[in-house]
Design a protein around this ligand. Structure first.
Ligand code: OGA
Ligand code: NI
Length: 382
């Protein structure tokens, strides 16, 4: 990170007091939404993305030419019909488990439809997020914080503002929904009811998914929930304002998720991309669908079989874009439970490739490192 006082230019790179500018932005407590409301036409330099968001065309082409990927990739979409209410063995369930296994081993991502969450709940959830970010700034300011240790509900712009190499064109509302006790009064009134309703649905979805994923690994359907993978979760509501110069910045930097599993709801704007076979592939906004992705911890306990894949969100001239991510993880539990590659998946031919860790150690490492484009899993490799 460049943090040198004074202005100047060295070999084309502007040197400036980055920390000071980050602090000034942070202290407005108005986030990127505040910049857009004040009608900025230039993206401030703290948001410049130095890792070549959009490669020059010839480089982008060479990425594609070097991969064997077919030019027309279709993002996996899985119909959960008949798999959401019971765990009975049926041909349909077996088919879905095969699809989930295939998607989790290759893409690390898939969309699900007929998942049982009513479209009206999904739509109202997206509306609730808009209401939160578009309400009067004075109502939002008291919730602005970076203190994830004592607050269960807070909002800010860029969780890793000070540790990441470039700030993202995004504001986020963090709600640590479980473990109990959780006081619903802490949730912002403008989206409290829908958050509670969506939460109930997404917990149910999580349990269904962990059951299917367990079986996709050849384990009993209760295996991952018995390991505590669904014992904690948080909901992050993202707001990506329209950006005047989207090619200079990014909505969310390239990263993989540091949890077990993520369930993501996105609106119709688009911009989410997944790195697949060395190409950035768009995740097509699909009405009524939810996106599911494998997190780093599930890659670790599946001994690398399921992939936690890098993804990013492009900034966009149009907006706002809204998304809601539910992260299944127990990083906020005082648990000292040890997670390593699942013994049943190991053999002489398939020895462990990751060392054991606790969820806390794993996520703390990820937060310290920031969104720097390097997977935290690298550090836990044996
Ligand atoms: C995340 C994430 C994608 C999105 O929160 O980890 O990748 O579409 N979000 O907002
Ligand atoms: Ni993510």
């Amino acid at each position: 990170m460049v943090a040198v006082s004074g202005a100047g230019e060295v070999s084309g790179e502007i040197i400036y007091d980055r920390t000071k500018e980050l602090k000034e932005f942070d202290e407005t407590k108005a986030g990127v939404k505040g910049l857009v409301d004040s009608r900025v036409v230039k993206v401030p330099r703290i948001f410049f993305n130095h890792s070549n968001v959009r490669l020059p065309l010839h480089e982008a082409e060479s990425i594609q030419n070097h991969s064997n990927a077919p030019t027309q990739l279709s993002f996996p979409i899985i119909d959960l019909q008949e798999c959401i209410s019971d765990n009975k063995v049926s041909n349909r369930r077996k088919e879905v488990i095969d699809q989930i296994r295939e998607a989790s081993e290759t893409w690390g991502f898939f969309q699900v439809v007929n998942h049982g969450i009513p479209t009206s709940v999904l739509e109202e959830m997206l509306q609730g997020v808009r209401r939160f970010f578009e309400q009067d700034i004075e109502l939002k300011k008291p919730l602005y914080s970076r203190d994830a240790t004592s607050k269960r509900v807070f909002y800010n712009s860029n969780f890793t503002l000070y540790s990441s190499p470039s700030a993202n064109w995004r504001d986020s509302l963090y709600c640590l929904m479980s473990p109990a006790p959780f006081n619903p009064d802490e949730l912002p009134p403008v989206c409290r009811d829908i958050l509670l309703e969506y939460d109930k649905e997404v917990i149910r979805m999580g349990n269904v998914l962990f059951g299917l994923l367990s079986e996709a690994l050849g384990l009993n359907f209760k295996h991952l929930t018995d390991m505590g993978c669904a014992d904690g979760h948080s909901i992050l509501c993202h707001y990506y304002p329209a950006c005047p110069e989207p090619e200079l910045t990014i909505g969310t930097s390239k990263h993989s998720d540091n949890d077990f599993l993520t369930v993501l709801l996105q609106d119709q704007i688009g911009g989410l991309q997944v790195l697949h076979q060395n190409q950035w592939v768009d995740v097509p906004p699909t009405p009524g669908a939810l996106i599911v992705n494998i997190g780093d911890l599930l890659q670790l306990i599946s001994n690398g079989r399921f992939k936690s894949v890098e993804h990013r969100v492009l900034a966009n001239k149009i907006g706002p874009r809204v998304s809601v991510a539910c992260f299944f993880s127990t990083s906020y539990l005082p648990s000292t439970r040890i997670y390593g590659p699942i013994k049943e998946l190991l053999s002489e031919q398939n020895p462990p490739i990751y060392r054991e860790t606790t969820v806390k150690e794993f996520t703390t490492y990820g937060h310290t490192k920031g969104l720097n484009g390097i997977s935290a899993l690298e550090y836990f490799k044996l």
